[in-house]
Design a protein around this ligand. Structure first.
Ligand code: MG
Length: 228
């Protein structure tokens, strides 16, 4: 899948591995009843999970009765291979998007209880919703980014990057010690507090912005529909 930018971008990227960080905001770890992790919790989503655009449909999977939204800031990576040590944002990050780490919460809770993988609860078709990208060069510094998420016009999540437990500077060396990082790989950076259930017909709006929510950098819209 070719990744799309809002505005002109010199380079082209094919979507690669979708890396995700779990529990990267203190208050979300607490709302899920977990301790704040010592090391990053990393999982991946398969390619079939990816949906990419400005106006996306979310098909409600028949296997769950508790489909949760997790609004997240997403990094597009330039690559770097294995053992990325010296972290320079411009060398590592090609762009930013916003999107949803959709989760079948009931199945994930059962998987956690039984010590089973999260592949089904977080890897089903459409589980990785990704907006268009803003090029790194056009974006404010990472430290100034923030995002908001509304469900049916009600503000449900708002957070800024300075609330993250693990910054990209910590995450990239950690991930690249385990997985080779390639151009086009995506990194979902975790969700802040406020996750909740979705229902068919719900409308989601997300905005990437600066610390001032009126300085909007990107928009993303999605609507929940029946599973086809
Ligand atoms: Mg998440």
């Amino acid at each position: 899948m070719k990744l799309l930018f809002d505005g002109y971008n010199e380079e082209e990227f094919e979507a690669g591995t979708v890396f995700c960080v779990g529990r990267n905001y203190v208050e979300h770890a607490q709302e899920m009843g977990h301790e704040v992790p010592q090391d990053p919790i990393i999982f991946v989503k398969p390619a079939n999970a990816l949906r990419h655009g400005s106006y996306n449909l979310i098909e409600y999977p028949p296997l769950t009765k508790e489909l949760h939204f997790e609004g997240e800031l997403i990094l597009l990576l330039r690559g770097g291979g294995r053992n990325v040590k010296a972290y320079t944002p411009a060398d590592v990050i090609a762009g930013y998007a916003i999107g949803l780490d959709l989760t079948m919460r009931d199945l994930q809770t059962e998987a956690k209880r039984k010590g089973l993988p999260w592949t089904i609860s977080k890897g089903f078709d459409g589980a990785a919703q990704v907006s268009h990208f803003i090029p790194f060069e056009s974006a404010p510094p990472f430290e100034e980014l923030a995002f908001s998420l509304w469900v049916n016009d009600e503000l449900r999540q708002r957070a800024s990057t300075n609330q993250m437990i693990f910054s990209p500077e910590m995450l990239l060396p950690y991930i690249s010690n385990i997985f080779s990082v390639r151009a086009g790989d995506l990194l979902f950076t975790g969700t802040p507090k406020g996750v909740g259930a979705l229902h068919v017909e719900d409308k989601i709006v997300m905005q990437l912005h600066t610390s001032n929510p009126d300085e909007v950098l990107l928009d993303f819209h999605a609507q929940v529909t029946e599973w086809q």
